[in-house]
Design a protein around this ligand. Sequence first.
Ligand code: PEP
Ligand code: MG
Length: 550
Amino acid sequence: MSDISLNAQRFKGRPASPGLVEGPIVLFRGREASPGRAPVHSPGASDWAELDAAMTRTAERLGALRGDARNAQAADILDFQVEVLSDPTLIESLARARTAGRLPADAWTSALAAEIAGLKASPDGYFRERASDLEDLHDRLLQQLAGASDPELALPERAIVLARDLAPSRFLEIPWGPGHGLALMDGSPTAHVAMLARARGLAVAVGLGAVPARHGSIALLDGAGGELILDPSPADRREAERRNAPAATATIAPGRPGLQSGLARTRDGTDIELLVNLNELADLDGLDPSAVDGIGLARTEFLFARLGLSDGRFPDETLQLDVYRRILDWAAGRRVVIRTLDAGGDKPVPGYTDGSESNPFLGLRGIRLSLARPGPFRTQLRALIRAAAIGPLDILIPMVTVPEELMSVRALIEAEAADLDRSGISRGQPRLGMMVEVPAAALTLDRFEVDFASIGSNDLAQYTMAAGRDEGAVSGLADICQPAVVALIDSAVAHARKRGLRLGLCGDAAGNAELIPLLLRHGLRSFSMPVRALGPVRQAIAAIDLGGGA
Ligand code: PEP
Ligand code: MG
């Protein structure tokens, strides 16, 4: 057989997570499919009969979901979406666009865009929520039109999900399994979706540019090389295997003998705190709590994604308390740091975050949004204060920039605690900490009234270097090794030492064994990382001699 495929088409992007997958392409529309964004390549969507068929399939799918709906609210949304599909005004508007010779996908987007904008502008919360239901319907239909699989259905074995970009909440809806891969035409290795995919151990390539692949066509995804190859040759396969071989052996599972027991210690005997980052409760499956010092960062915006947060509705206090209880039970007295909702930036929550911001990373994100819309924040604080009665719990606040923000948080915590006391509901006394991910916070850490702090190296790098973590073209700049970022880490460490403040690092850098020597030499002694990084990081720590100095 010939080693050369005359048809091979190569799309070179950037590596985001090593691994090799050869299998069928599954087209998936994610964040890019929102009205108002540029339409993307959509194979086979130029035929109006396909739009009719996609509408029928969408109505059938929604009808089936309606049958399974477990609560009245979900049923109500699904009824509304089905109704819209047969709305005479919508049908008329599509018919006009057809006569005018427009593309079906564009016509669908325009038909819904005006309606969505009107609902969003409504002063009535009920109608604003309906806007996100319409957006969801818009995306669902485009998925059907592109021939993409329904996120609720299983992916075929060795599937490579191909999308322009994917919002983290969309990523979490996909039923990923071992052996799946993710190929993004846009995106960057430091975006949240890439981080989530890495934590799952998927092969990921980003920034591939336009890939005109058809749903179901066979491709080779080379995670280490950051490449997608359509119709690959045996030579392509061998080359990709060679490139991904080190990753296949270097990823040391936390359960490997010798890496589970004992705390992390440098060669010269300095103890290092080793914590894990939690994006989903499933991250804890198979992880022995005695292998770590606890949880250093539970990202609740991801933990809640399965509980209805993506609809702009928030899990109620009881549901949240249940999630926190499960984490605290697992930790069995070890440290547990739970971060309050960090919505905004590249983690939009339809119906909650403001979709019209020109630069969401510099807008209402994290604590800014929580304080601007205190209702859901108070519920979260209340559930956290109650959970603190179960075991030691640290509340971590994201995107803190000025001391006043923390003062407002403290006041809210005190008010909720007093209310719980009045109602005779048991509660604890959580410690309050802040993320150090805005340069202003790193420079002035001594001014904040906190019990502990944690450096978010992902955002600290992007905000210091003015390079968006989701912008492929500049993501290389957002590098923690840049002297300016290191200088800010030094500043935070110096302030923390002076104040006797507990300081750790929970960004991606903590899970990169190659960066551990640098971070240790700059005085950090506590790291929180994805579970699969524990083995290599523990080894890197054991190999370093700090010579007794800090
Ligand atoms: C960070 O910014 O480094 C961090 C840990 O927070 P997130 O990645 O969730 O923004
Ligand atoms: Mg961050």
